[in-house]
Design a protein around this ligand. Structure first.
Ligand code: GLU
Length: 309
């Protein structure tokens, strides 16, 4: 099937159209040193471009959401002087928008129901002698692509990615090339537990919020091609992407709320923020207050290599 792809050059927003950035934490726990880096860098980049900085709470994955975490995150941001523009967008309230995008994909024949369990996918890959797994995600072998076998019940919905290679260039990454069919396979948009998948929600929200620049951790580099692919299918523009070095724990693993990363200490806000700057290779700002810290930090960011793209 050949899919008409809008050229990225046509759809790429330019700063002249007005920079819009965002910070999109999942409220699975308080902000820790890793998520603070994404918050600080996305904020500095937006302010250094004279742009807007939006806050989006990615609370779709309800089994992972920690009650009260959104309030804690918002208090932490406030204590650090990270003031967002406009209203907070909460993904749990956006079912209709995701359904709408999904209906477009159904209408265009891009998605199909899938009855496979993870176990069955693993077994069929083993039988075919294929070891295809990336970040613990199995590359879907396409079992249900031409219909669900009799007696089986649809669990999830997947988008077809036959033969799609995605080329993209991040603001600070080498040219990227991803063969989606080989490296990911048809991926899930509506999960077996009835929840919308992150990949669909993030693309719909970035488009609707007119985000021009996505600044986030490099752990999400591997999701970007899937998101660009969905943008193409849905006729959305492509934001610019800036991926940041991930903060690792003492075992070399990404700091995460699930593995108990410590909440940042906002009683010493300048010290906490300087920790994030230092991770980004920016010299600490010696300032007695947040009011003096932020303008100096924005100037440092504006003069740094991060802005040279
Ligand atoms: N919600 C994601 C996280 O907390 C970030 C998603 C994104 O920036 O695209 O890791």
């Amino acid at each position: 099937m050949s899919i008409p792809m809008p050229s990225s050059a046509d759809s790429l927003p330019t700063p002249a159209q007005g920079y819009v950035g965002r910070f999109a934490p999942s409220p699975t726990g308080p902000l820790h040193a890793g998520s603070l880096v994404a918050a600080v860098a996305s904020y500095l980049d937006a302010r250094a471009h004279g742009g807007r900085w939006l806050l989006r709470i990615e609370d779709l994955d309800t089994p992972r959401v920690m009650p009260g975490a959104e309030q804690i995150i918002r208090q932490q941001l406030q204590a650090l002087g990270l003031e967002h523009d406009g209203c907070v967008l909460r993904q749990s309230e956006r079912h209709a928008a995701y359904q709408n995008a999904f209906d477009t994909l159904v209408r265009d024949g891009r998605v199909y129901p899938c009855a496979c369990t993870r176990r069955e996918i693993a077994d069929s890959l083993t039988r075919a002698g294929i070891q295809r797994e990336r970040n613990h995600e199995l590359v879907y072998p396409g079992t249900c692509r031409h219909g669900i076998r009799d007696g089986r019940v649809a669990r999830a919905w997947r988008v077809r990615v036959e033969g799609h290679c995605i080329d993209w260039q991040g603001r600070h990454t080498n040219a990227m090339h991803e063969d989606l069919a080989r490296e990911v396979g048809d991926f899930v948009l509506l999960r077996a537990d009835g929840l919308w998948a992150y990949q669909l929600a993030v693309v719909v929200d970035d488009a609707e919020q007119q985000v021009t620049d996505v600044v986030r951790g490099a752990d999400l580099l591997g999701s970007t091609a899937r998101q660009i692919y969905l943008q193409q299918l849905l006729g959305y523009g492509r934001p610019r992407y800036l991926h940041l070095p991930v903060v690792l724990d003492e075992h070399g693993d990404k700091l995460s709320k699930q593995t108990g990363a410590i909440a940042i200490d906002t009683s010493q806000p300048v010290a906490a923020l300087n920790g994030a700057l230092s991770h980004l290779g920016i010299a600490p700002v010696s300032a007695p207050s947040l009011a003096q810290f932020w303008p100096a930090a924005i100037t440092r960011w504006a003069e740094s290599d991060w802005m040279k793209t």
